[in-house]
Design a protein around this ligand. Sequence first.
Ligand code: ATP
Ligand code: MG
Length: 233
Amino acid sequence: MDIIVESVHAGYGKAEVLRGLSLRLPERGVLGVLGRNGMGKSTLVRCIAGLNPPTSGRITAGSRDITALEAHERARLGLTTVVQGRGVFPNLTVRENLEMGRIASGRSLPSRLDEVVSYFPRLGERMSQKAGTMSGGEQQMLAIGRGLMTHPKVMLLDEPSDGIMPVLVHQIADILARINRESGLTILIVEQNVPMIFRMTDRCVIIEKGQVVASGTRPELEASNAMHEYLAV
Ligand SMILES: Nc1ncnc2c1ncn2[C@@H]1O[C@H](COP(=O)(O)OP(=O)(O)OP(=O)(O)O)[C@@H](O)[C@H]1O
Ligand SMILES: [Mg+2]
């Protein structure tokens, strides 16, 4: 399922954050969204997920206009979101968190537990541990695993590298790339961590003040001044 965002405006009350943002996430593709703090990355994710509807513009999934759909309706179409800060249930065990993902999808789905554990063996070793007592990286794996339990077609990830040590960031990036390759999961990943994005994909957009200011492949972006200008790297 591809996602097309067309001229979307969104914000909070009078404060406009997205100012005519457009991008295309191709089916089975991985698109990176880079941008500095406060540029509207999380707002974009929330907009696509249906948690913060746009004031104007259009979002389509497949050939379907989803602009006016509620978050749970988008979820039923196969959209899943891993929010910034992970959002696992700290007092539930790993297994319960994963099962919640399946139940929350609102569909009667076969359990995908074995598959999720094959991607994240660490979760398999910690099934009865309370999620809140796991390390940041383990909680991130759990949040991704819980998303996978809903049998998504598209996964939106909001800064999965946040607060996680580099070696684990690389591991998570490699697992996500593998899931994309093996199951065709379409992925939008918002990050400030440029190496993480480039481990997973060649294609990125850079957003600045709620608009896409640069897009292209890694070599294209590196050849232009965009990385330096908008990301200070
Ligand atoms: N619930 C909210 N109410 C009011 N303003 C908000 C709200 N959430 C975000 N904002 C503002 O919207 C702007 C964009 O925020 P957003 O969270 O989308 O940025 P971001 O690119 O994800 O930043 P970061 O890299 O720090 O996560 C910021 O100026 C922020 O203060
Ligand atoms: Mg954010």
